[in-house]
Design a protein around this ligand. Structure first.
Ligand SMILES: CC(C)(COP(=O)(O)OP(=O)(O)OC[C@H]1O[C@@H](n2cnc3c(N)ncnc32)[C@H](O)[C@@H]1OP(=O)(O)O)[C@@H](O)C(=O)NCCC(=O)NCCS
Ligand SMILES: [Zn+2]
Length: 227
């Protein structure tokens, strides 16, 4: 079972004392965010990861070793890695989510639907031709594009490719059908995909590198953040 721990910015009090638990890389990243809500999302992601693993490893949150080294450039903005855990962080709009499994690599993506987005322009750089065709038929193109986007991002976050992957080559199922990876030429290995219930006007998807059908459970991070 993959756990997804969610916090909502609109209701979650932010405790600046959480910063004491961050490592120097996380503090530098936090300080670099200009907007308070970006700082809050980042701090929440860090804190949920630390507290989740602290409970499992019987260590204080500050003692959890976290590595965010980017596989492409070596800077500390990559997939979050820790011993004994596979993790994926995503933040957008009101939500911060952390997917966790002890052994199976996971990828989580959540996005707030931006009703003003230019779906056709974005499709050109991120959708496969068959996906663009479906998008053009959709009543709500912003919502349809966001569903496509979260499904694809979940996949490339599970593999660790991130924005390095050419999303036009990775084809997923249409938004009105259950999430599935249809094709991704050049990629080896099993990948499962699932839509995740999140919040109104948001879309979320979870991918995992496994051939078994995946199951996920949504958990409230509020409890974790109180302890
Ligand atoms: C992660 C990414 C796929 C898109 O993220 P997004 O949809 O804008 O934002 P999300 O909130 O959903 O995801 C951000 C999280 O993804 C994770 N992430 C970053 N790179 C990742 C990768 N290659 N694979 C998996 N996860 C990754 C991080 O944990 C990050 O959270 P953090 O703020 O705690 O560090 C990626 O394209 C990105 O933005 N990376 C930023 C670093 C960068 O510029 N990389 C370029 C390569 S040199
Ligand atoms: Zn990088």
């Amino acid at each position: 079972m993959i756990e997804i721990w969610w916090a909502r910015l609109s209701t979650q009090p932010i405790d600046r004392a959480w910063i004491d638990d961050l490592n120097s890389v996380e503090r530098e990243r936090l300080a670099a965010y200009q907007r308070v809500e970006d700082q809050d999302r980042f701090l929440l992601g860090c804190t949920i990861v630390r507290r989740l693993l602290a409970g499992r490893q019987q260590l204080p949150p500050a003692r959890i070793a976290i590595d965010r080294t980017c596989a492409d450039c070596g800077r500390p903005h990559g997939k979050v890695r820790a011993q004994g855990a596979e993790l994926s962080i995503s933040h957008s709009g009101d939500l911060v989510g952390v997917a966790f499994h002890p052994t199976t690599p996971v990828g989580l993506d959540v996005e707030l639907i931006n009703p003003g987005l230019d779906a056709v322009a974005l499709a050109r750089v991120s959708l496969a031709p068959a996906e663009t065709e479906e998008l053009l038929k959709a009543d709500d193109q912003a919502a349809a594009f966001t569903t496509y986007w979260t499904r694809k991002e979940a996949v490339v976050k599970a593999t660790g490719d991130g924005i390095g992957a050419d999303l036009t080559k990775l084809e997923v199922s249409p938004p009105d059908q259950p999430a599935a990876l249809l094709s991704w030429p050049g990629h080896d290995g099993p990948i499962q995909l699932l839509d995740i219930e999140s919040a109104p006007n948001h879309r979320a998807a979870l991918a995992a590198l496994t051939d078994k059908e995946i199951e996920a459970v949504n958990r409230e991070a509020a409890e974790l953040l109180r302890s």
